[in-house]
Design a protein around this ligand. Structure first.
Ligand code: AMP
Length: 291
C-alpha cells in the first residue's frame, strides 16, 4: 500500500512571527480563523478546526498550556503534551499555521497585566478554581492581539469559558467574532476531553454517569418539570450511583448569566464538575423549557 505524504502545517513559536504572518494574510484580504487549544488534540478540537476551515481562508491553531489558568501547579505539570502527534493530527493542508509558544514567550519577565471578568469569573467553575478565568481571559486577550483573526472558535464543552470569551470580546471591543461549537462525545456519551486519557476502564464507566445525569435533566425539563431543586436532586443521585465520583457541583443555571436558578423559566444550562480519582471532568447541556 502506498502511504500518502501529508503536509504538516507551519509551526511558529514566536509572537512577532505569528503576528507578521497573520497580518500579511489579512493585508492580502484573507479571512483568519483562530482555534485556541492546550493541545493533546482530539476530535472535539478537530471539530473546531473543521468549522474554522469551512468559514475562513486561513486557520491558525494555537497550542499553549497556559500556566496562569491552572490553580494547581501539579495539574499544569501533568497535563498531557505531545506536539509532534498534534502536528500530525493537523496535517493535510487545511490548517495553515500552528502557534505553539513557550510560557516565556507569552509571559516574558516583568509581565504583570491581567484581565478580570467580574462576577462571571467567581461563580460555578470559577469558585472551584480561583483565578482560572482571569488566566483564560488574559491569555486570550493576548492571543487576540497577536493574531488579528476574524472569527475565534470555541467549544460549548467549556460553557463558562465561552461566556467569558463573549464577555471579554464585547467589553474590550475586540473586533473578533466568537463562534461556539457543539460538544463532541464518544459513542457512549462521554464528552471528549484531553483528560480522558487519565481514566482507567473502570473510571471511564463511572464517568458515564455525567452524560446520564445531563440527559436526565433534559428529560425532566422536556416533561415540564420547573422545580430546579427536584431536577438537581435527580442529577446528584445519578452521579452518586457508582459511589466513586466526587461531585464538585451539579446545578442548573441561567444560560446567559450562569446564576443558579430555582425555577426553570427560560434557557437553562445544566453544569456538572466531578472528580473521578484525581481526574476532574466537566460537562454541560443547554436546555429550553417547554412553553
Ligand atoms: P482545551 O484544549 O481543552 O483548552 O480546549 C480547546 C478548545 O476545544 C476549547 O474551546 C474547548 O471548549 C474545545 N473542546 C474541548 N473538548 C471539546 C469537545 N468534546 N467538543 C467540542 N469542543 C471541545
Amino acid at each position: 500500500m502506498v502511504k500518502l505524504q501529508t503536509s504538516l502545517p507551519e509551526l511558529v513559536t514566536d509572537p512577532a512571527t505569528i503576528r507578521a504572518l497573520t497580518q500579511e494574510a489579512r493585508e492580502q484580504g484573507k479571512t483568519i480563523g483562530l482555534v485556541p487549544t492546550m493541545g493533546a488534540l482530539h476530535d472535539g478540537h478537530l471539530s473546531l478546526v473543521k468549522a474554522s476551515t469551512e468559514q475562513c481562508d486561513l486557520t491558525v491553531v494555537t497550542i499553549f498550556i497556559n500556566p496562569t489558568q491552572f490553580t494547581d501547579k501539579n495539574d499544569w505539570t501533568e497535563y498531557p503534551r505531545d506536539l509532534q502527534s498534534d502536528m500530525e493530527k493537523l496535517a493535510g493542508g487545511e490548517v495553515s499555521l500552528v502557534f505553539a509558544p513557550t510560557a516565556e514567550d507569552i509571559y516574558p519577565h516583568g509581565h504583570v497585566t491581567s484581565i478580570h471578568i467580574g462576577p462571571l469569573e467567581k461563580i460555578v467553575e470559577g469558585r472551584c478554581r480561583p483565578g482560572h478565568f482571569s488566566g483564560v481571559a488574559t491569555v486570550l486577550a493576548k492571543l487576540f492581539q497577536m493574531i488579528p483573526a476574524d472569527t475565534a472558535f470555541f467549544g460549548r464543552k467549556d460553557y463558562q469559558q465561552l461566556k467569558v470569551v463573549e464577555r471579554l470580546v464585547q467589553d474590550l471591543n475586540v473586533p473578533i467574532k466568537v463562534h461556539g461549537c457543539p460538544t463532541i462525545r464518544d459513542e457512549d456519551g462521554l464528552a471528549l476531553s484531553s483528560r480522558n486519557v487519565f481514566l482507567s476502564q473502570e473510571q471511564r464507566q463511572q464517568a458515564l454517569s455525567i452524560p446520564k445525569a445531563l440527559k436526565l435533566a433534559e428529560r425532566r425539563i422536556e416533561e415540564g418539570e420547573t422545580d430546579a431543586r427536584a431536577i438537581v436532586a435527580g442529577m446528584r443521585s445519578e452521579l452518586s450511583c457508582s459511589g466513586a465520583l466526587h461531585i464538585d457541583y451539579a446545578l442548573l443555571a441561567d444560560a446567559e448569566t450562569l446564576k443558579p436558578v430555582t425555577t426553570i423559566q427560560g434557557p437553562t444550562v445544566a453544569l456538572i464538575a466531578v472528580r473521578v480519582g484525581s481526574t476532574r471532568l466537566i460537562d454541560n447541556e443547554v436546555m429550553m423549557p417547554q412553553r
